[in-house]
Design a protein around this ligand. Structure first.
Ligand code: UDX
Length: 422
């Protein structure tokens, strides 16, 4: 099928390259000309394992193109995916500016086109936004009618950064929220090679499934961190407890890794947005608020443990291993490392940091930090492990003070080793 993808970020690129790898003809649209030029040469603006290799292949086969010209891309597409960002505003609600702009551009492009594409919102939008914002803007700018002249679906993504392509090719389910049967049928045809349940539902339900999924996963993490904080006081290893509860298939062993909390561009943003939605309709989401509150304070527990072994860090060299919010990505958005490094600098520590992928990005926020190799980081008065990069399992921790936020068992050979929840 002919697909256009509006927005060449993590989701847009993984989705576009994924569908192109399956033989569809994909045009990826982005307003950033430099990004588009790099994509044409097979250069990615993000680090995502396997994505570069797949992009090269689909470019060579001519299944993937990149452009800044949305109207030419949209004109003969069967399906138009909106994959632009929906960042958090200070009050926790989401900023729909990019969604509105994409809707306007698509409406303008559809005005003079003869085709009847299905517009699919893949961006994470609050329940009601597709039908309340995207549809009216496209209708106003195109002079056409949703359902009659173009189709509408909402198709949430469940891609994890660092695993985006494998999650694209192996979804647990495909959720299709449809304005009408035809729209859903067209989109289901695109997914017909996927071996997983396809859930057809309403648009608002699909929007809520995305938020509820991320909120549940975030809740599971804050839950195991709470259990971990209790276990720490009782001298129990929460990872052993997690093994025991995870054998119950209703709980499952996944997402029970206690540590310094969740970061990234999704969990914090989506839980805050759901809280904001609930409050707007007069409901007090106590559980979701405690999930966020616990996550806000979890990273600083590492510094409480450091204080036990080093009461005053002023002037002391503190080494930090890992800056990204998780391994196999270069993304530092809402990473626990930001809170921890900010507090260390505030307390007068001399911070030395290493991360395989994120030092350039982190430097923009913390220019005062000394960025160096992992071995140089280990030449510090104490070492904090903030991201579980595989390479940290091969370092020599002998004779060091290590405070571990992400369960690198090999670090237990240190002279002093403390785990945040174990
Ligand atoms: C998440 C969802 O998993 C994905 O389905 C959705 O589409 C986007 O948001 P992502 O944020 O990329 O994906 O990464 P994920 O692997 O879910 O980790 C999120 C955060 O939770 C990371 O900071 C990670 O360190 C933390 N985490 C994850 C834990 O602390 N413990 C766990 O057991 C799992």
């Amino acid at each position: 099928m002919k697909i256009s993808i509006v927005g060449a970020g993590y989701v847009g690129l993984a989705t576009g390259v994924g569908f192109a790898s399956m033989g569809n003809s994909v045009i990826c649209v982005d307003s950033d000309g430099a990004k588009v030029e790099k994509l044409k040469q097979g250069v990615l603006p993000i680090y995502e394992p396997m994505l570069g290799e797949h992009l090269q292949k689909v470019l060579e086969k001519g299944y993937f193109k990149a452009t800044t010209n949305l109207s030419s891309a949209v004109r003969d597409s069967d399906i138009i995916f909106i994959c632009v960002g929906t960042p958090s505003k200070p009050d926790g609600t989401i900023d729909l500016n990019f969604i509105e702009q994409a809707s306007k551009d698509i409406g303008d492009a559809l005005k003079d086109s003869g085709n009847q594409p299905v517009v699919v919102v893949k961006s994470t939008v609050v329940p009601g936004a597709t039908e309340g914002v995207v549809v009216p803007i496209i209708e106003r700018h195109s002079g056409k009618k949703a359902g009659a002249d173009f189709g509408v679906c909402m198709n949430p993504e469940f891609l994890r950064e660092g695993n985006a392509l494998s999650d694209f090719f192996n979804p647990d389910r495909v959720v299709i929220g449809e304005l009408d049967q035809r729209s859903g049928d067209v989109l289901e045809r695109l997914y017909h090679d996927f071996k997983c349940p396809i859930l057809r539902t309403s648009i608002k339900t699909a929007e809520m499934i995305k938020y509820a999924s991320n909120a549940f996963l975030a809740t599971k993490i804050s839950f195991i961190n709470e259990i971990g904080n209790i276990c720490k006081r009782l001298g129990i290893d929460v990872y052993e407890v997690a093994k025991g509860i995870g054998l119950d298939k209703r709980i499952s062993p996944y997402f029970l890794n206690a540590g310094i909390g969740f970061g990234g561009s999704c969990f914090p943003k989506d839980v805050r947005a759901l809280i904001a939605i609930a409050k707007k309709i007069g409901y007090e989401p106590k559980l979701l608020e405690s999930v966020i509150n616990l996550n806000e304070t979890q990273p600083l527990r590492l510094l409480e443990l450091l204080k036990k072994h080093m009461p005053d860090v002023r002037g002391k060299k503190i080494g930090v291993l890992g800056l990204t919010f998780k391994p196999e990505t270069d993304d530092i958005r809402e990473a626990p490392s930001i809170k921890i490094v900010r507090e260390l600098l505030k307390q007068g520590a001399v911070v030395k940091a290493y991360d395989p992928k994120a030092m350039d990005g982190f430097k923009k926020i913390f220019p005062k930090v000394k960025y160096c190799s992992a071995e140089e980081v280990l030449e510090s008065d104490a070492v904090l492990i903030l991201t579980e990069w595989d390479e940290f399992k091969k370092l020599d921790y002998l004779g060091k003070i290590v405070i571990d936020g992400r369960k690198i068992d090999e670090a237990k050979s240190a002279r002093v080793y403390e785990g945040v929840c174990w």
